[in-house]
Write a protein that binds this ligand. Structure first.
Ligand SMILES: Nc1ncnc2c1ncn2[C@@H]1O[C@H](COP(=O)(O)OP(=O)(O)OP(=O)(O)O)[C@@H](O)[C@H]1O
Ligand SMILES: [Mg+2]
Length: 235
């Protein structure tokens, strides 16, 4: 079996006394797009934060490209190849588009600068709006900026938390195209949290469904059946 690019093994996470993740196992194979699904509050973001190192598991391990990174800080994991686009996008609203991109360049240096052209090719609108403040961009443009900034760090695995949340339908199509294009380039694994089913089906290779802190189903995306959808995903 091919070794996973990102592997979460028997992860247990608690906030104070309340256990949030109960033995979560997730494998993200090289160059594949894996979608983590589930209703609000089941533990999707908590899972991503554990992969990134923003939360430490009480039990379990995180592997990145075969290396145990469980005790590594988020910055260290970022340098080792984890890119992150947080839920709610989290760009700097008072910095310009250019300054937002500079943040990655300051941290990652020349290699990030060399990626700029590729990012502008993927998101031409960013190039047109370099001097605009992040806060005046549309939701879809902010999402493109957040993804573009993450790409500058040349991640081995890109982690995206609900990129379509709060974004109008016409722009969702654009973001879908973008993620599809990233996937087709074929250099990166993508670990996506997404509740918008059509989008998830269109871009994913594999899925995991969580319910109350546990993985209850997983498989290839064509194995995602209507029974699972109505039991675990739709309200
Ligand atoms: N900082 C925190 N302290 C205590 N409990 C928290 C904290 N963050 C999240 N939780 C709780 O952990 C559970 C899982 O939250 P999480 O954000 O991982 O869910 P989610 O699946 O990402 O939900 P959503 O779809 O709404 O983004 C929820 O019950 C939430 O209330
Ligand atoms: Mg969440």
């Amino acid at each position: 079996m091919v070794e996973s690019l990102l592997s979460l093994q028997e992860i247990e996470v608690a906030y104070d006394q309340s256990v949030i993740l109960r033995g979560v196992d997730i494998e993200v194979p090289p160059k594949q797009l894996v979608c983590l699904m589930g209703r609000n509050g089941v533990g999707k973001t908590t899972t991503l934060k554990t992969a990134l190192g923003l939360l430490s598991p009480r039990v379990g391990k995180v592997f990145l490209d075969g290396e145990d990174v469980t005790s590594m800080a988020p910055e260290q994991r970022a340098r080792k190849g984890i890119g992150y686009v947080p839920q709610g996008r989290d760009i700097f609203p008072n910095l310009t588009v250019w300054e937002n991109l500079q943040v990655a360049i300051v941290v990652f240096g020349k290699s990030a600068k060399d990626e700029l052209d590729r990012v502008f090719e993927l998101f031409p609108v960013l190039k047109e709006m370099l001097s605009r403040k992040g806060g005046v961009l549309s939701g879809g443009q902010q999402q493109q900026l957040a993804i573009g900034r993450a790409l500058l760090t040349r991640p081995k695995v890109l982690i995206l938390d609900e990129p379509t949340e709060g974004i109008q339908p016409s722009i969702i199509d654009q973001i879908e195209d973008t993620i599809y294009a990233l996937k087709k380039e074929g250099n990166m694994s993508i670990f996506l949290v997404e509740q918008y089913l059509d989008f998830a089906k269109a871009v994913s290779d594999r899925f995991y469904i969580m319910d109350r802190g546990s993985v209850v189903k997983h498989g290839t995306i064509d194995q995602l059946d209507d029974a699972a959808i109505s039991q675990y995903l739709q309200v």
